[in-house]
Design a protein around this ligand. Structure first.
Ligand SMILES: [Zn+2]
Length: 219
């Protein structure tokens, strides 16, 4: 099978890894031994034409003097990239802090909005209760007005009955006074009759006594 018929994945950039123990960059094979995977081309920055497509080519490449020199001076050749990476990290940290602040403000705004909605709901509930109470009060006022009208009619009736009773009292008083006056006149008349009767009786008694004496005493 010729190279022209082999299907390759898009090229990738080969990068050494940082070794924590030695504090330097070392090679790390991107191919897995004895494993059939899609062909992958790697380019190495040690040379603009350096590339490898399998484990053998990779092993040969990292043994070249050019690559070894590149690996030894990896920090120097890539210092701009590292600085950019550091700057990018700082930007990411700034972005993360800003994003957290933004989310915090957003959350606070959401809480404020919820509080505002709760207050608005409570106000609407209070207004509805007040309107209900107002309607109930209106009904009470209508009922009280009706009872007041009935009471007014009752008072008018009582006043009429009081006036009638006053007229009856006046009439009865007049009758009583007339009766007393009549009784006085009758009493005076009877008293005169009695006096005449007593006087008449006295005269008769005196006359009888004289007759008695005339009969008893000899002449
Ligand atoms: Zn290289």
């Amino acid at each position: 099978m010729s190279d022209k018929t082999v299907c390759y994945n898009p090229s990738k950039l080969y990068e050494p890894i940082f070794d924590i123990e030695t504090g330097s960059y070392i090679d790390s094979c991107p191919y897995v031994k004895y494993k059939r995977t899609p062909k992958q081309i790697y380019m190495c920055k040690c040379n603009s034409t350096s590339l490898f497509t399998n484990l053998t080519e990779y092993t040969n490449h990292i043994k070249t003097a050019n690559h070894k020199k590149y690996l030894e001076n990896y920090l120097f050749f890539n210092h701009e990239l590292f600085e950019l990476n550091n700057t990018l990290k700082e930007y990411r940290i700034d972005y993360e802090l800003t994003h957290r602040k933004y989310m915090s403000v957003l959350e606070q705004l959401s809480r404020n909005d919820n509080n505002h909605k709760n207050i608005e709901n409570k106000l609407q509930e209070d207004i509805a209760n007040l309107e209900n109470n107002l309607e109930i009060s209106k009904v009470d006022v209508i009922d009280l007005n009706k009872r007041l009208e009935i009471s007014k009619v009752y008072v008018v009736d009582l006043n009429k009955r009081l006036e009638n009773n006053q007229l009856v009292v006046v009439d009865l008083t007049q009758r009583l006074e007339d009766t007393i006056e009549n009784n006085k006149l009758e009493y005076a008349l009877l008293n005169n009759k009695l006096k005449h009767y007593i006087k008449h009786n006295l005269e008769l008694t005196t006359e009888n006594e004289l007759l008695y004496k005339v009969r008893v005493l000899p002449i």
